[in-house]
Design a protein. Structure first.
Ligand code: NAP
Length: 251
């Protein structure tokens, strides 16, 4: 029986698995999660949790488990596991697809400050806070907070799915725990209530976290938009339907 390994931790991976199960009820689907989120949303398939031990460990797993095809549906900012997937697939001759939501494009009314990475984002914040203290809405997740510890003139409101450790939070920051999807109206109310001056965002794509971008547009609020890391070489699609077509060729 063909076995597909899906690297997940995203709503897109779960949507892909649901569609794949419907299209191929006989296929064995294994979803791999890093194991960072307590109580993750789980689709109806075999679940494995935890790192593989680098590209080598993943290659061993592909061989030992007889994986027919690999679909990397991790978050666009999860660069390490995507690179490992490409390397392990090449090493073992396993067909590999990267399923990545297309990035958001700047639209009329948006006031984006493009940043190459988190350090670059902090330079924008320093420049914007020269004349007045900033209240920054940080929506980069728990793992990207370290560079934001050094904002001199301002405070942070950090939104994350899980409570960050005290040491992870920038000094004086307030954590707000929430899991998307987030609607534009709710985001606009949140931005006003918390007197936010600027948002820092990853370019995640999709609709689940786009509400804050729409709200910022309507409020004419600046958004420091952190660019995506490069996607490894190989087959790439941006939606579930295209991924299903790819699976047909890979089986
Ligand atoms: P990362 O930096 O690319 O990966 C770090 C290490 O975590 C990998 O080398 C791998 O360990 C392990 N890992 C990551 N994803 C895995 C998976 N699906 N299954 C098994 N092991 C995995 O990844 P990250 O940014 O920490 O993201 C971790 C997870 O959170 C991913 O599943 C990702 O889709 C999800 N997520 C990330 C973001 C984000 O902004 N980065 C946002 C939403 C969801 P080994 O080398 O030991 O195999």
């Amino acid at each position: 029986m063909a076995r597909i390994l899906v690297l997940g931790g995203t709503d897109l991976a779960n949507a892909f698995i649901a569609a794949l199960r419907a299209a191929h009820p006989d296929l064995e689907i294994v979803l791999s999660l890093a194991g960072r989120t307590r109580d993750p949303k789980l689709p109806d398939c075999v679940i494995r949790t935890g790192g593989f031990g680098g590209a080598e460990g993943l290659a061993d797993y592909l061989r030992q488990e007889g994986i027919t095809a690999l679909v990397d549906a991790t978050h666009p900012y999860a660069a390490q596991i995507s690179a490992n997937a490409a390397t392990a697939a090449a090493e073992t001759g396993t067909p590999c697809l990267h399923l990545v939501r297309p990035a958001w494009e700047q639209a009329p009314g948006d006031n984006w400050y493009p940043a190459t990475d988190y350090e670059d984002a902090t330079r924008h914040l320093d420049a914007l806070s020269q004349t007045h203290p900033l209240t920054v809405f940080l929506t980069v997740g728990r793992q990207g907070l370290e560079p934001f510890h050094y904002l001199m003139n301002g405070t942070h409101v950090v939104r994350a799915v899980e409570q960050p450790d005290e040491a992870e939070l920038p000094p004086g920051a307030r954590a707000v725990l929430a899991r998307g999807p987030f609607r534009e109206a709710d985001e606009a109310a949140f931005l006003k209530e918390n007197e936010i001056d600027v948002i820092v965002s990853k370019n995640s794509g999709g609709t689940a976290t786009y509400g804050k971008i729409l709200a910022a547009r309507s409020l004419r609020m600046p958004v420091v938009m952190v660019a995506r890391p490069p996607v490894p070489e190989g087959a790439i699609v941006g939606d579930v339907e295209s991924a299903l077509v790819w699976v047909e060729t890979a089986l």
